[in-house]
Write a protein that binds this ligand. Structure first.
Ligand code: SAM
Length: 277
C-alpha cells in the first residue's frame, strides 16, 4: 500500500501520518520470519501499509473487530447496507440510538457509518457501553468507496483477527515474530473526562502489564516496536530498549517531518540514532 491509500476507519492518533517516518525503523515484511502481530490495531495504518503475509491483528474493541470480520467476508454487502443509511443529522441519531442491526453485515455497516460521520472519528461509549459521540457531518462519508472495502478485504484475507486484551496476544508470540504496538497514550485531562477509547481507560497498571509482557517477549527472541508518549513514568518501564523521538508536522519536502511531537518510538532492537534507555 502507498501512504496515500485510504483507510476505512478513522482513528484519533492513527499512525498514517507517521508512516514515512516509521518505515525506516520497521522490518521489511519479507524479513519477518514468523508472524506480524498488532495487538492495538485500531485503524490499522501500519498493517495496511506493510501488508505482511502472515499476521495476527487484535483489539479490545468488539465493534471494530466485527467490522474487519464482516468486510473480509462480504465487502460488497457491507457497502450496500452502508449506502442505504441517510444523510442528515437526524438519520445519524437514528442509526446511533435506535437502529437495531440483526446481522454481522448490518452491525459492520452501522459501525463504519458511525465512525465516518461522527465527530472526529472518536470512539466513546457511556457506562452502558452505548456509542455516544456527537454528529460530525457527511464530509468524510463518501471519501471511501466500495473499492476501498475490497482492498481491505483482500489485505485481511489470510489474517487472524482477535478481540482480546493485549496481554495474551503478546504472551503467545514466539521467536521470529514481530510486534508493532500503538497503545492508547498516557491520557491527558480531556481524555480522562471523555474516555477516548472504548469504555475502559488505559491505566498506569496497564502500562506495567504491557511492558512486562514486552520484556518477556524480547527474552524469547521476539522483536517489537512501539509508539508511545515520551512520559518518564512510562519510559522508565522500558529500560534496555532503544528510543527515538518522533518528529511532528510536515517539512518542506513531501513526506518529511519537523519538530518534536512528544511521542517516541521504542524498539527492542538497535535503530539508527536510537538512544539506549
Ligand atoms: C492509538 S489506537 C491505535 C491506532 C492505530 N495504530 C491506527 O493506526 O489507527 C489504540 C487502540 O488500542 C485499543 N485498546 C485499548 N485498550 C486495549 C487493551 N487493553 N487491549 C487491546 N487493545 C486495546 C483501542 O480500542 C484502540 O483501537
Amino acid at each position: 500500500m502507498s501512504v496515500n491509500q485510504k483507510l476505512l476507519v478513522r482513528y484519533p492518533g492513527g499512525k498514517r501520518r507517521l508512516l514515512t517516518f516509521l518505515q525506516d525503523y520497521l522490518p521489511d515484511p519479507s524479513e519477518i520470519d514468523g508472524m506480524y502481530v498488532e495487538p492495538f490495531v485500531g485503524g490499522g495504518a501500519t498493517f495496511f501499509y506493510l501488508q505482511p503475509i502472515r499476521a495476527l491483528l487484535s483489539d479490545v474493541n468488539p465493534e471494530l473487530i466485527d467490522l474487519y470480520r464482516a468486510i473480509r467476508y462480504a465487502p460488497r454487502k457491507v457497502w450496500a447496507v452502508y449506502c442505504e443509511f441517510g444523510n442528515t443529522k437526524s438519520d445519524y441519531h437514528y442509526i446511533r440510538d435506535e437502529y437495531k442491526p440483526k446481522t454481522l453485515i448490518e452491525r459492520a455497516a452501522r459501525t463504519l457509518y458511525l465512525n465516518r460521520t461522527c465527530f472526529k472519528g472518536m470512539w466513546r461509549h457511556n457506562r452502558d457501553g452505548r456509542f455516544n459521540v456527537g454528529y460530525g457531518g457527511q464530509a468524510r462519508r463518501w471519501v471511501i468507496t466500495e473499492k476501498d472495502l475490497i482492498f481491505c478485504a483482500t489485505a485481511l484475507r489470510r489474517v487472524s483477527l482477535k478481540c482480546e486484551d493485549f496481554q495474551p496476544i503478546i504472551d503467545q508470540t514466539q521467536r521470529g515474530d514481530f510486534i508493532f504496538l500503538d497503545p492508547p497514550y498516557r491520557p491527558g485531562y480531556k481524555e480522562y473526562i471523555n474516555n477516548h477509547y472504548v469504555w475502559q481507560q488505559f491505566k498506569y497498571s496497564d502500562y506495567e502489564r504491557l511492558t512486562n509482557s514486552l520484556q518477556c517477549a524480547k527474552l524469547r527472541g521476539v522483536k517489537w516496536a512501539m509508539t508511545i508518549s515520551s512520559h518518564r513514568d512510562i519510559l522508565c518501564l522500558l529500560k534496555g530498549n532503544y528510543a527515538l523521538r518522533i518528529p511532528r508536522g510536515t517539512g518542506k519536502m513531501p513526506g518529511t517531518l519537523t519538530s518534536d511531537s512528544g511521542e517516541v518510538l521504542i524498539t527492542s532492537y538497535r535503530i539508527k540514532s536510537g538512544e539506549r534507555l
